[in-house]
Structures are given as structure tokens and as C-alpha cells.
Ligand binder design. Sequence first.
Ligand SMILES: [Zn+2]
Length: 299
Amino acid sequence: MMRLSSLLVMLCGFAAALAWPAFAQTPAAGASAHLSTHWEELTAADFRSAIEMSKGTCVLPFGILEKHGPHLPLGTDLIDVRYASLAAADEEYAVVFPEYYFGQIFEAKHEPGTVAYSADLQMRLLQETTDEMARNGCKKILIVNGHGGNEHLLPFFAQAQLEKQHDYVVYVQWGHEIPAGGPAKKTTMDMHAGESETARVMVSRPDLVHQDRAASESGADQKRVNLPEDVYTGIWCARFPNHYAGDGSAATLAYGQADMKAWVAAIVQALRAVKADDVSLKLQKEFYEKSAHPLDTRQ
Ligand SMILES: [Zn+2]
């Protein structure tokens, strides 16, 4: 018969095995491999370990809610950018911020389901979000852009970080090249909800693609205003009144897989470069110091 003391040792050992790593102050070696990349899934203690493991590198995947042709979900950009960012963080560990879709999308306000926050709120919310991320240890914030309408907002936001002091660096990642030799693209005009974007959703959420509806509206450039290429207006509906620019009916899963793979690779490459970058934060700090007394800057 087993002695009571041996039984207790055994039971305690079993309980400890069950409890680990929840009761550990810091996870033992190997525990980090189990840390989620999702900010919202981590416990407070594991969040601290996650920040350490990511070397303070966090990802803010930036989506939007807007019409995507007659056949794709409103959250296409949000769904895709999270899919690519989370896949990249699985390869190169980083803490990924929850759903964020508070970007520039005034040009789709005439379509159902668009959520367009005011311009000043977009900037304030993004600034407070990155400030809060940094206060929690994210000293390198990689904003991965999934929405074409943010193409001016995000570089402007990055530039605006020089307005006043921050103890973190904002990086913006946008775009990727599909290596040659893969499936060929069938369409020449391929912008919003077109061949590529439709193909990507076939990978991220195939159940939400209604490809049979893709040809029910025109995604052709309607050219309703005649202006030179180098003259810009924000009136996107002059060209694409259906909020559709391209032809989603041409999309294939094979193209989507090649496209998504290239996107994930681009984010992985960005994460590695950001982690290795020990210069930007120093130069930014030096810039803030110098900008306080510009007359001392050597001429
Ligand atoms: Zn989109």
C-alpha cells in the first residue's frame, strides 16, 4: 500500500504539471513556443513574456469596412490583412493587435455598410492606439496596411510622429511582389475587389466569396471626369461609381495562394528587418533633441 506522504508528493507533482505554466512567474524555457500571437488571447503574465519574445515588436493590421464589389464581404481588407499578419507572426514572432478598421474611407459613404470615422478621430485614435501599444512595451510598431484608401493616411501618420516626442518607432508596411513563374494574372485593371483581391479572399475566407455575383456590376473605369494623370481629386466615384475596380470573376484559388504567400513573405521580411533595426529609434531621439534648438544644427 502506498504511504500517504508518497501519495501527496505524487498528487502535488501532478497538480503542478497541470498548473504549469499558469502559476509560473516567468515561463520556463520552451513555454514561449506556446505563446499566442494574438494580443487579446494572452494572459497579463504571458503578455509580458510575449513582448520580451517579440523584442518589443508588435503588428497593427489595418483593415476597413466598405463595399467590395457585388461579391465580397465588407470586411475584406480586415479579414485579409489579419490573415496575412497572423500567418507572418507565426513565422516571425510578434504580438498582433486586435481588429482595427478605423481608417480613411469617405469615398465609400454612398454604399451600404461603410463605416467612415471623421478625419481628426482617425488620427487621434491611431495615435492613442500606438501610444497605448508602446506604453505596454511595443517599441517597434509595424502597421500592416490592408486598405488602399489608407495610402495617404498612413505615411502622413508616420511623418506626424516627428511632431513631438515618442519613445517608439512606427513602421508602415504596404505592398508585395508575387514572384515570377506562378499563375498568370488574367486582367490588366485589377484594383478594388478585382481579380487579386477576390483571389485572396478565396484563401482567407472562401465561404464569403460570391463569385457568381462578381459580373453583376461593372468594375470598369467609367472615366466620368477628364483630368490629367498628375491632377488628383478624392472623387473616386468619378471613375468607379459601383465601388468596384476590376473583375473578380477572373479570380482563381491558385492565384490567391501565390498572392497571399507573397504577402505573408513580405510581412515576415519586414518583421525581421524591424527587429534587427537598432538605428531608427536612436536617430529619432537625436532628431527630437536637435529640433528643440535648430540654430545649433551645423550648417
Ligand atoms: Zn480591399
